[in-house]
Design a protein around this ligand. Structure first.
Ligand SMILES: *Cc1c(COP(=O)(O)O)cnc(C)c1O
Length: 564
C-alpha cells in the first residue's frame, strides 16, 4: 500500500545495495540511508538519480600501492525493473531520450519508496549522449553539466511521465540537482500561459524546493562557464538563469539552489554555521546527518540489541537503553565483529593481524584535507608507543578520485609505510572501499580514527556507524564529532584540551595530541582498564547511536522542511 508521493528526493548518487555501484561515498550512502528511513517512517517520498551503468569505479592497488581504476560491470536488469517510461531533454540542441529503471526500497513496515534511475543509453541517442549516464563523477565539465541536465530537468519530466503530479517538495541533495528548479520555473510559466518568467514563478518554486548543501569550502561547489551553459542549455536567460546566480562568469549550482529554495540546510550544526557565513543573505539551518541503524549495525550487535532492546529498529531512540546491557555481552559482540574483520584482513592482505591487539581503523575518501597520513607524522614516536605502551595495528581503506593525483599519492604512501613498519606495527590497506567493507570496518575495529582539517568535514558519517557498533571515535573536532564527542565518555577529541583544532596547517599540533592521547589514555585503558573501555563503548551506542541515525534525521526533515 502506497500513499501518493509528496516529496521527491534528487541525488546524483544513491547507495542502496553493495552490488549497485551508483555511489562514490558519503553523499550517496547518506541518500540510501535517508531513503530507507523514509520507507520505515512511511514518508511518501520518491527518489531520482542516474543509472551510472559503469559505476564510480572498481579500485585496485598495484604492487607499488598506486590506484588503478576499472569500470564496474553490473547487470542492471538483475537489480532494477524497467518502468517502460520515457521522457527527453534538450542538450546542445539535440533531443536526448531517457528511460527510467526502478528499485523499490522497503521499510520495515512494508511501505516502499521507489527510486528511479535515469538511463540515456538508448539506441535513439547519439553515441556520446548514450554515455551520459555511464560514469558517476567522470568526464569533463561538459559531461558533468549534461549529466546535471539529465538529473535535474530530466528527473522532473520523468516524474511527471510516471504520474507524480502531486509532489509538494523537491529536495536537492547537494547542488548537482539544482537544474530541477529551472524545469519547475518552466512549468509555472507554461501553466500561466506566459512566454516570459514572472516573479511569481520563482516565488512558487521557492515554496516547492528544499536544498541541502554538503560542501563547506567554496572551491567544492559545482560551477560551469557561462559559454558552456549557453551551449548546453541554449539561451540561459530563456531558461531563467539570471545574474545573482552567476558569479565570475560562471553558473554556480549552489547559488542556483540557494536562490530558489524555501528551506536550506547544512548537515551538522557547525556546517550550518559555516554555510551561513559563506552564504550571507540566505537563511541556512542545520539538520545533522545520521545513518540507518538496520543497514549499519553488525549481525552480532543486531542479535544483542534484539535480546536487550526489543523494537530498536522501529524506535532508534531506544538505543539509549544500551546502558542496561551488561558490559561482558557488549565486549563479546564486539569480539565477534572484530574476528570477522581480522579474518577478512588476513585473508585479503596477509598482514598478520592479531585479534587480541588494539585495532585502529581509518577509511575515507583519499582527499588531502582528510589527512590520512597524519598518524605517520612522527614515525619513531609511533613505533615507540607500540613498543613501550601497547601493541596496535591499523587498517586503512578509501578511494581517490581518478583525477586526484595527490589522493593517489597518499594511498601509495600508506601502502609503502605498511611495508616499512611491518615488524613493529601491522598495517593493511584494503582495496575497493564500499558499503560492505564499510560495515565490516566500522564494526570490527576498536577505535575509529578521523583527522580532517577543520572545517572541511561537513559532517562525516562513518564514525556514526562505528558508534552504533560500540566503537568509539578518536577524531578532530569537526563535522558531527563536535556534537557527538563527550571527552572520555563517547570517545576522544584530537586537538588540545578538546577545543576545536587551531592547527596551523602542518598537522604538528594535531599529531602531537593524537600521540599523547593514544599513549597516555587510550592504549592503557584498552589493555589495563578494560571495564572503563567497555563503558565508553556502551556510551557510544547509548548516547550517539540513539541520536545520529537517519530515523531522527528524516523526522527533522519532515518537521522543518517537508510538511511545514
Ligand atoms: C559511510 C561511508 C562513507 C562516508 O563516511 P565519511 O565518514 O563521511 O568518510 C564513505 N564511503 C563508504 C563506503 C561508507 O560506508
Amino acid at each position: 500500500m502506497n500513499k501518493v508521493a509528496k516529496i521527491a528526493y534528487f541525488s546524483m548518487e544513491i547507495g542502496l545495495h553493495p552490488d549497485i555501484p551508483t555511489y562514490a561515498g558519503g553523499l550517496g550512502i547518506l541518500a540510501g540511508d535517508m531513503i530507507t528511513s523514509a520507507a520505515d517512517l512511511q514518508v511518501p517520498l520518491v527518489a531520482v538519480t542516474l543509472l551510472h551503468r559503469k559505476g564510480y569505479f572498481y579500485q585496485r592497488l598495484d604492487h607499488t600501492g598506486w590506484q588503478r581504476e576499472e569500470p564496474v560491470h553490473w547487470v542492471v536488469a538483475d537489480f532494477l525493473t524497467d518502468t517502460g517510461q520515457q521522457t527527453s531533454v534538450t542538450i546542445e540542441g539535440r533531443t536526448v531520450h531517457l528511460k527510467a529503471w526502478r528499485y523499490d526500497v522497503s521499510g520495515d513496515g512494508g511501505f516502499t519508496v521507489p527510486v528511479y534511475f535515469l538511463d540515456s543509453d538508448l539506441k535513439e541517442n547519439s553515441d556520446w549522449d548514450r554515455t551520459l549516464t555511464h560514469f558517476l563523477y567522470g568526464g569533463d565539465s561538459r559531461y558533468r553539466l549534461c549529466q546535471e541536465v539529465v538529473l535535474g530537468m530530466g528527473g522532473v519530466r520523468m516524474l511527471r511521465e510516471l504520474g507524480h503530479n502531486r509532489i509538494e517538495r523537491f529536495h536537492m541533495n547537494e547542488g548537482h540537482a539544482s537544474l530541477l528548479t529551472l524545469e519547475l520555473m518552466r512549468e509555472h510559466k507554461e501553466k500561466a500561459g506566459r512566454d516570459f518568467f514572472a516573479p511569481e514563478d520563482s516565488e512558487a518554486v521557492r515554496e516547492q524546493c528544499v536544498f541541502t548543501t554538503h560542501t563547506p569550502v567554496p572551491a567544492g561547489h559545482d560551477k560551469f562557464p557561462l559559454e558552456l551553459v549557453d551551449r548546453v542549455l541554449g539561451d540561459r536567460e530563456a531558461c531563467g538563469i539570471h545574474d545573482p546566480i552567476c558569479h565570475e562568469k560562471r553558473l554556480n549550482m549552489t547559488f542556483l539552489a540557494l536562490t530558489l529554495s524555501g528551506y536550506i540546510n547544512g548537515v551538522a550544526k557547525k556546517h550550518g554555521e559555516v554555510s551561513q557565513n559563506m552564504f550571507q543573505g540566505y537563511k541556512v539551518d542545520a539538520i545533522t546527518n545520521g545513518v540507518h541503524v538496520g543497514r549499519w549495525v553488525s549481525p552480532p550487535f543486531a542479535k544483542l540489541f534484539d535480546r536487550h532492546i526489543p523494537g530498536w529498529r522501529q524506535d532508534n531512540f531506544s538505543l539509549r537503553y544500551a546502558f542496561g546491557i551488561p558490559g561482558e555481552e557488549i565486549w563479546a559482540a564486539h569480539h565477534q565483529a572484530k574476528n570477522l574483520l581480522i579474518e577478512h584482513i588476513n585473508r585479503e592482505t596477509n598482514a598478520g593481524f592479531d585479534r587480541n591487539v588494539f585495532t585502529l581503523g581509518f577509511a575515507r575518501r583519499a582527499a588531502s584535507y582528510k589527512r590520512a597520513t597524519l598518524l605517520f607524522k612522527d614515525v619513531q614516536r609511533l613505533q615507540k608507543i607500540a613498543r613501550d605502551v601497547g601493541k596496535f595495528q591499523v587498517v586503512f581503506a578509501g578511494k581517490a578520485h581518478p583525477e586526484d593525483e595527490g589522493g593517489k599519492k597518499l594511498i601509495q604512501q600508506i601502502v609503502q609505510m605498511a611495508a616499512s613498519l611491518r615488524q613493529d606495527i601491522p598495517i593493511a590497506y584494503l582495496p575497493n572501499y564500499d558499503m560492505e567493507l564499510g560495515q565490516l570496518l566500522t564494526a570490527g575495529v576498536d577505535l575509529w580514527l578521523n583527522t580532517p582539517e577543520p572545517p572541511q568535514e561537513a559532517s562525516g558519517t562513518s564514525g556514526m556507524k562505528a558508534a552504533l557498533n560500540g566503537v568509539p571515535s578518536f577524531s578532530v573536532l569537526d563535522g558531527w564529532w563536535i556534537e557527538g564527542c563527550i571527552e572520555g565518555v563517547t570517545g576522544w577529541a584530537i586537538g588540545e584540551d578538546g577545543r576545536i583544532s587551531k592547527d596551523d596547517g602542518d598537522g604538528e599540533h594535531d599529531a602531537d595530541s593524537l600521540y599523547k592521547k593514544l599513549e597516555q589514555v587510550i592504549l592503557p585503558m584498552f589493555y589495563v582498564n578494560q571495564d572503563r573501555f567497555v563503558e565508553i563503548m556502551q556510551a557510544a551506542i547509548a548516547l550517539n547511536g540513539s541520536f545520529f541515525n537517519t530515523q531522527r534525521m528524516v523526522q527533522q526533515y519532515v518537521l522543518k522542511a517537508y510538511f511545514s
